[in-house]
Design a binder for this molecule. Structure first.
Ligand code: NHR
Ligand code: GAR
Length: 211
């Protein structure tokens, strides 16, 4: 059976949606760069091995990346899933897991890369927002897109209301993308996303706020 490792930094609701989805693979470990991440307790309660690789314990980014990579390799996963993981990863790390590492980002990339996407969307006054699952490449939030889901920005939206609307979609599309990968249907070929056996609407999800 295939296996995957989930990297988190905080709450871990995307991690929960992945584990609850009963993917065709074993969750070999949940790894956090923050010891206080709430998601760690949730995973531990369900018998998933949890590990902390605290970035503050390392002299620089390369040393943290090396320790994190070594910890991941110890579990030998087929797939690495960034789920609310908040540390930018260096080129050497990314190349080691190239083609088998996914991220969920809370915007319709390439719009609104980086942090605080919901606030930026409200400030920009746009009407459609969403989330993106992409393969992770060295260039931040720029990897090949696997699937996106769109939500409306409503009048008088607050940052938290908008974040919750997007998050509900994250919890649908991320397990879907992980499932595709673990079923050997999703791959990265010469920098392009290949999805087998999906006859229509392959990598697009357009949804109302009701889902
Ligand atoms: N690493 C690479 N190389 N490429 C990507 O596409 C990555 C990545 C690491 C994380 C997630 C990403 C997101 O979905 C992600 C994608 C953290 C930051 C950031 O600025 C930006 C984007 C993402 C994750 N982090 C600060 C840093 O200095 C720290 C912020 C904090 O600790 O709160 O690393 O949004
Ligand atoms: C999610 O919205 C995720 O897309 C986003 O943070 C939230 C984490 O929630 N990720 C990033 O901003 C990565 N920089 P979660 O911990 O409950 O999954």
């Amino acid at each position: 059976m295939k296996s995957y490792v989930i990297l988190i930094s905080g709450r871990g609701s995307n991690m929960q949606s992945l584990i609850d989805a009963k993917l065709p693979g074993r969750c070999a470990a949940v790894i956090s760069n923050r010891p206080e991440a709430a998601g760690l307790a949730w995973a531990a309660e369900r018998g998933v091995p949890t590990v902390v690789v605290d970035h503050k314990a390392f002299p620089d980014r390369d040393a943290f990346d090396a320790a994190l990579a070594a910890e991941i390799e110890r579990h030998g996963p087929d797939l690495v899933l960034l789920a609310g993981f908040m540390r930018v990863l260096g080129r050497a790390f990314v190349e080691r897991f190239e083609g088998r590492m996914l991220n969920i980002h809370p915007s319709l990339l390439p719009a609104f890369p980086g942090l605080h996407t919901h606030r930026s969307v409200l400030e920009a006054g746009i009407r459609i927002h969403g989330c993106t699952v992409h393969f992770v490449t060295a260039s931040l939030d720029s990897g090949p897109v696997v699937v996106q889901a769109a939500v409306p920005v409503l009048q008088d939206d607050s940052e938290s209301a908008l974040a919750a609307r997007v998050l509900a979609q994250e919890h649908i599309v991320y397990p879907q993308a992980a499932r595709w990968f673990l079923e050997d249907r999703l791959s990265l070929v010469q920098g392009r996303v290949m999805l087998a056996g999906e006859t229509s609407g392959n990598g697009t999800a357009l949804r109302s706020p009701q889902g």
